[in-house]
Design a protein around this ligand. Structure first.
Ligand SMILES: C[S@@+](CC[C@H](N)C(=O)[O-])C[C@H]1O[C@@H](n2cnc3c(N)ncnc32)[C@H](O)[C@@H]1O
Length: 265
């Protein structure tokens, strides 16, 4: 099957995606999927060659809609409620009480989930606490997060008492109760877009789990330093189990609480 995207042009496309989002695509793993996607998008916008599609993407996409389509297609959004749940326990049992003691009483603690995908991570925190901001580059997952409707698989790790209290059965799967809708402020944000990130303000805790694994070292470093700048003094970063801050930058202090590694500014 001949695609509009040749194997040679995969490099150009990969470089563009990497520069814009940090996502690193490999020809052996991703060529077929990307080529199929470009054929479909080119047909949708009436571009009859890769060159025309690529030109449109780079120079004629003023509102960023074509770029958003592309990001929605290349991201991996796997997530579920209470994933690596020990980190939520450490957050609620240790980190938040410690930060709360150190802050003036009337100052709220702010938590960022970057990336949040369809919202299971920030809502897992909300099930323990109050408010949260969730950001992701993929606008389809952000829309799903705002809707609060989840599959059976997504809720499988939630203890039954918590599930029955905060969800109602809505086929297929479960819907969050109305009281919880709106407790997470969902926003489409690219962690590499400094203006978008700056506008979010400062946070006491940033959860960034299972995104850095898709980046290379230079991108990981850039994001880690953005998080550092966005954290309040003594704030914390929590990464996924396969991600280690010490391999990225040396500005954070690593702390081990139970079996959970967290990083303090
Ligand atoms: C595997 S999910 C992880 C979700 C959740 N943190 C968890 O651990 O369950 C990775 C998410 O990273 C998002 N992502 C990838 N690159 C991004 C970027 N440059 N800015 C913001 N989000 C990004 C993807 O859209 C995807 O939803």
């Amino acid at each position: 099957m001949a695609y509009l995207l040749s194997k040679e042009n995969f490099g150009k496309m990969g470089e563009y995606i990497y520069r814009k989002s940090g996502i690193f695509l490999e020809p052996e793993k991703h060529y077929e999927k990307l080529a199929k996607y470009i054929d479909a998008r080119a047909a949708a916008i009436g571009a009859e060659s890769f060159r025309k599609y690529f030109y449109r993407l780079r120079f004629e996409d003023r509102e960023g809609a074509e770029f958003q389509e592309l990001m929605n297609a290349v991201t991996v959004n796997e997530t579920y409620f209470f994933r690596e749940k020990e980190q939520f326990e450490v957050l609620v049992g240790q980190i938040l009480p410690e930060l709360h003691r150190k802050r003036p009483a009337n100052e709220p603690l702010r938590i960022l989930s970057a990336p949040c995908s369809t919202g299971e991570e920030p809502y897992s925190m909300v099930l323990h606490i109050l408010e949260d901001v969730g950001i992701d580059i993929d606008s389809t997952v952000i829309a799903k997060g705002r809707e609060g409707h989840y599959s059976e698989r997504s809720v499988h790790a939630i203890p039954p008492v918590v599930l029955s209290r905060w969800f109602r059965k809505k086929s297929p799967g479960y819907a969050l109760v109305d009281d919880l809708i709106g407790t997470v402020d969902f926003q489409v944000v690219n962690v590499f877009d400094r203006n978008q990130m700056r506008r979010l303000g400062h946070f006491d805790v940033i959860f960034s789990r299972n995104m850095l694994i898709y980046f290379d070292d230079a991108s990981r470093k850039e994001v880690a330093m953005t998080f550092y700048d966005m954290l309040n003094p003594e704030g914390y970063v929590c990464l996924g189990h396969a991600e280690y801050m010490s391999r990225i930058v040396s500005v954070f202090k690593a702390k081990k609480i139970a079996t959970t590694l967290i990083y303090q500014k």
